[in-house]
Write a protein that binds this ligand. Structure first.
Ligand code: INI
Length: 199
């Protein structure tokens, strides 16, 4: 059958629908799916939060604590560290991660574009920095930073109309903390064999 790459994909999809898969053993493969539980018991969390726009960051902190509480985090297993602005979040997150005392870090802030180009630097550095901390330390750092064009949008994302980003980030922290603990404790199948699929 002659067809371009894109149309071939489509044609093959139609073929499978009409005649069934040619390699059912591959199509029927059931992968093992791992998904983090939403139970915060036995995990410790650091919240690093910025003071800029604190009438909103306080709502995000409340949302995060609320989520951790609902997920069963124990009293004393959640600590909050306040920094001046979102630009300071990556280093605070790094110190929390390096301390070895936390399973996950939740970075919280509100950066509003308004009419200043400062926004791009602050929001960009916060996002990049937080992501780097995760990758460099292996401790998950959640990005619970609201970045918006207007104050109204920021208010909406801090618990009014469009959810609470602090709550969402904390739930994500619980989920990945569970998932990564499970991944770390899983015994690798065929441990020690370089090519376990080759017999
Ligand atoms: N910090 C924020 O957290 N949000 C902002 O909207 C913001 N604006 O717009 O400037 C902001 N700036 C301060 C910055 O995060 C640092 O604290 C400051 O530059 C000192 O390093």
């Amino acid at each position: 059958m002659q067809c371009s790459f894109r149309s071939c994909l489509f044609t093959n999809a139609l073929h499978i629908l009409e005649f069934g898969p040619e390699r059912p053993e591959v199509i029927n493969l059931q992968p093992v799916i791992h998904r983090g539980k939403t139970n915060a018991e036995g995990f410790r969390f650091a919240i690093v939060a910025s003071r800029w726009n604190d009438f909103l960051t306080s709502k995000l902190i409340d949302g995060a604590v609320d989520a951790l509480n609902a997920a069963g985090a124990a009293e004393g297993d959640v600590e909050v560290f306040i920094v001046p602005g979102a630009f300071e979040l990556p280093l605070a997150a790094r110190k929390a991660a390096d301390s070895g005392r936390f399973d996950a870090v939740i970075a919280i802030g509100v950066v509003i574009r308004g009419e200043t180009p400062h926004f791009d630097y602050v929001a960009g550095e916060a996002a990049k920095g937080v992501s780097n901390v995760s990758l460099e330390t292996g401790i998950p750092v959640m990005f619970g930073v609201v970045t918006t064009d207007t104050v109204e949008q920021a208010i909406n994302r801090s618990g009014l109309k469009a959810g609470n980003k602090g709550f969402e980030a904390a739930m994500a922290a619980v989920e990945v903390a569970n998932l990564y603990r499970e991944m770390a404790s899983a015994e690798p199948k065929d441990k020690g064999k370089a090519f376990p699929h080759v017999v």
